[in-house]
Design a protein around this ligand. Structure first.
Ligand code: KG4
Ligand code: ZN
Length: 353
């Protein structure tokens, strides 16, 4: 069973071929991130235009890297939500057209579920990938931490899961991106904060952890505002001081300490709830997915706190990619889940779990 996965929900144009839900044959990701950097975040119109230019070359390269022709492909999986409308449209319309022309079944993939399925890849023909030795077992607890999502989900089996909790406001990655803006670090914020935090003291600032009504719910807007207030206070100003002027006034030391303290509290927040859910539900495996899952700080904290030998997938499979989409597509095909109609499949930008 070989599935071609297509992913265009945000600023990455990505395609990959996965075999039998576990073997990665190709993984091609083209990011338009450099075009967005000047704006400090993803500009939807620029992302959509980049997808149009990149999508066919990226798909052709994914087939070539997998040493596959269209005859070797058993189906096409595509992200249909959640994501930016214009971006999703390019991927979905391309996949629909290819499914009709090449006469392949089409599988509609939820981006957030896809992030978790990257953990099912255990073999590859590609160099420079570090994959876990074994697949996750059910019941499986999944923590999804990305630029658009922060969720804890319990899977009883494939296609049978329960959403335990999610963020009520900002996603964790979004909070990293906003704190990067406050401290004058480049977009995307996660990697630049992680780097700056290495030189800082994580205990200089004690930012609050939001107390939520739902046991497994998150909130990150409070801690983000707390970083802003701390930065204003650090330069001797009050809350009226514009955040755009802060990077010039903050010293390197202050920036590093703000980043380290914020990163510590943000990671502790998601790890606290993951450990709590682990204790309550006693899953056979715990997996993490989404861009923030590539963070060494998060991995170290989770490994230290979980009474379970958690394994992590390659960092290249945490940020948006086609492999996660193809992997989930394989399970849909293997478990005979209904295929989508290539003549009518619509995008769902605010798709939930
Ligand atoms: O999954 P992803 O590529 O896109 C979405 O589906 O949102 O995640 C991107 C997010 C960005 O917010 C980025 O700042 C964050 O992942 N990120 C990190 C790290 N690497 C990426 N956050 C914290 N630490 C990192 N090392
Ligand atoms: Zn994502």
């Amino acid at each position: 069973m070989r599935i071609l996965g297509i992913e265009t929900s945000c600023d990455e144009t990505a395609a990959a071929v996965v075999e039998d839900g576990k073997r990665l044959l190709s993984n091609v990701v083209l990011s338009s991130i450099d075009l967005h950097k000047a704006y400090g975040g993803v500009v939807p119109e620029i992302a959509a235009r980049s997808h149009i230019e990149a999508i066919m070359p990226v798909i052709e390269q994914a087939l070539e890297q997998a040493k596959c022709t269209w005859d070797d492909i058993d189906g096409i999986a595509v992200t249909y939500g959640a994501g930016l409308g214009g971006s999703l449209l390019i991927g979905v319309l391309t996949a629909r057209t290819l499914a009709i022309i090449k006469q392949k079944p089409l599988y509609a993939i939820n981006h957030v579920e896809g992030h978790i399925y990257a953990n099912f890849l255990t073999e590859t023909t590609l160099p420079h990938y570090e994959l876990p030795a074994a697949q996750p077992q059910f019941p499986m607890l999944g923590l999804i931490v990305s630029g658009g999502h922060s969720q804890l989900v319990l899977w009883k089996n494939h296609f049978n899961y329960k959403l335990l909790g999610q963020t009520h406001d900002d996603a964790i990655g979004e909070a990293f991106d906003k704190v990067a803006k406050i401290t004058g670090l480049p977009y995307p914020g996660g990697p630049s904060i992680e780097q700056a935090a290495r030189k800082g003291d994580p205990f200089v600032y004690s930012f609050p952890k939001a107390q939520m009504e739902g046991r497994y719910d998150f909130s990150f807007s409070g801690v983000k505002t707390a970083v802003l207030r701390a930065a204003q206070a650090a330069v001797g100003e009050d809350f009226t001081f514009p955040s755009s002027k802060l990077p010039d006034r903050l010293s390197e030391r202050q920036k590093a300490d703000l980043c380290a303290s914020f990163q510590r509290v943000a990671m502790e927040t998601v790890v606290d709830k993951t450990v709590l859910a682990y204790e309550e539900f006693q899953p056979k495996s715990v997996v993490i997915g989404g861009g923030v899952a590539s963070s060494t700080a998060l991995r170290e904290e989770l490994s230290r706190r979980l009474p379970y030998p958690i394994t992590y997938t390659d960092r290249k499979l945490c940020t948006d990619n086609g492999a996660m989409v193809a992997t989930l597509g394989c399970y849909k095909a293997i478990h005979k889940q209904p295929a989508a109609d290539p003549y009518t499949l619509e995008i769902t930008p605010n798709l939930s779990m």
